[in-house]
Write a protein that binds this ligand. Structure first.
Ligand SMILES: [Zn+2]
Ligand SMILES: [Zn+2]
Length: 372
């Protein structure tokens, strides 16, 4: 039997290497050989044990990782093209949404693929088909009919590894929030999502782009990625000071759109106070249960603030995101994000490195990747 390497997440802070079955593909299926797996902030939450990974089907150990690049290793004979009609063959580099809309539910029927209730099919126990399947293994399986897109030659594997998470997520967020030319935007958080959000807003025609964070290196990167103004938490060290600063920078109004990509509920109330009357708050980061927050709803009502929650994205955003990276590769430093690369066997070290990168003074979007 053919097997593939995988790093199995056994318990917090511990992976174990294993060889898992690689089985024949179904009609319509595609098996991707992974070349680069990025460590996402959400992987770090699982690793620290702050939350259990969602598992579809029977419980059991799983393979983490959902940001990746790779090429078509094998595809069913009835697959001939990618999802926008470009001819597809074995060996072609591809990206794809890491979640799997079922096409057989009310949300899918309405075209709301990102709300499909069974979209987490990708993270099943290693004892279930397709076994060797995850960002931190040798293979990722695309179920029949799944969306898949060829990668243009000018984008490297490490440049596109985050396309299916951070890049697509923020472009979709601005779209759902209704960003229009000239809108002033505020971004809470300058991690991977925040940096991409600044560049995307600039590229989409925003007016002022204002980014808030506490790490000088990240703020510097935000400035290189389209931010006109940065607000350093060390300098503006209370919510009131930061709200005041945002108003100063927006002629007393507040942002037309404010996006939360910090991932902690404490920042939400402050962020809503940064929205102009009639503006929009785009909530992206607080994905964990019990992200509780106390809100003064009268402020939302009298301020006519719209709150737009955004998780996942429509699949068509993926080619849009790659086009954005191609067009802006000489303008913004978004395609050069790999700072460290580890073989899959050293995945523990890769996670420690990522954890350290997140805390380090001067830390930037650059981060660790693993290579099967
Ligand atoms: Zn991610
Ligand atoms: Zn569905």
């Amino acid at each position: 039997m053919t097997t593939g390497k995988a790093a199995i997440f056994v318990e917090p802070y511990r992976f174990e290497m294993a060889e898992l079955p690689v089985v024949p593909i179904e009609p319509g299926g595609i098996r991707v050989k992974i070349t680069t797996g990025g460590i996402c902030g959400s992987d770090l939450h699982f690793w620290r044990g702050e939350i259990e990974p969602f598992v579809s089907g029977a419980p059991g150990p799983v393979i983490l990782g959902h940001e990746m690049a790779g090429f078509v290793d094998q595809m069913a004979s009835d697959v001939a093209s990618d999802s926008i009609g470009q001819p597809l063959k074995e060996g072609d580099r591809v990206v794809f949404p890491y979640f799997f809309p079922c096409h057989r539910c009310y949300n899918c029927l309405r075209g709301e693929f990102n709300h499909c209730p069974v979209r987490f099919r990708f993270r099943a126990s290693i004892n279930e088909f397709p076994y060797c399947n995850g960002g931190f293994s040798e293979y990722y399986y695309l179920f029949p009919g799944h969306f898949v897109f060829k990668v243009p030659a000018e984008l490297s594997d490490s440049a596109v590894a985050g396309v299916n998470c951070a890049v697509a997520q923020v472009i979709y967020g601005w779209r759902e929030g209704g960003l229009q030319m000239g809108d002033d935007v505020v971004i809470q958080g300058a991690g991977g999502l925040g940096i991409n959000a600044a560049a995307a807003a600039r590229h989409m025609g925003a007016g002022k782009v204002i980014v808030i964070d506490g790490q000088p290196g990240r703020l510097e990167l935000a400035s290189q990625s389209g931010a006109d103004h940065t607000i350093d938490l060390n300098e503006y060290d209370t919510p009131d000071a930061r709200i005041e600063r945002v108003k100063e920078l927006t002629n007393g109004r507040g942002g037309d759109l404010v996006m939360e990509v910090v991932g902690y509920p404490q920042v939400v109330s402050e962020g809503i106070d940064m929205v102009r009357r009639g503006g929009t708050y785009i909530e992206v980061g607080n994905i964990w249960p019990n992200s509780n927050v106390t809100l003064d709803v009268s402020k939302i009502l009298w301020g006519q603030v719209k709150i737009v929650p955004v998780t996942h994205y429509d699949p068509y955003i993926l080619p849009v995101a790659m086009e954005f990276l191609s067009r802006t590769k000489d303008t913004f430093p978004l395609t050069n994000v790999m700072s460290h690369s580890f073989p899959l066997e050293e995945i523990g070290k890769a996670f420690e490195q990522s954890e350290w990168l997140g805390k380090e003074e001067g830390s930037t979007i650059t981060r660790a990747f693993v290579t099967p």
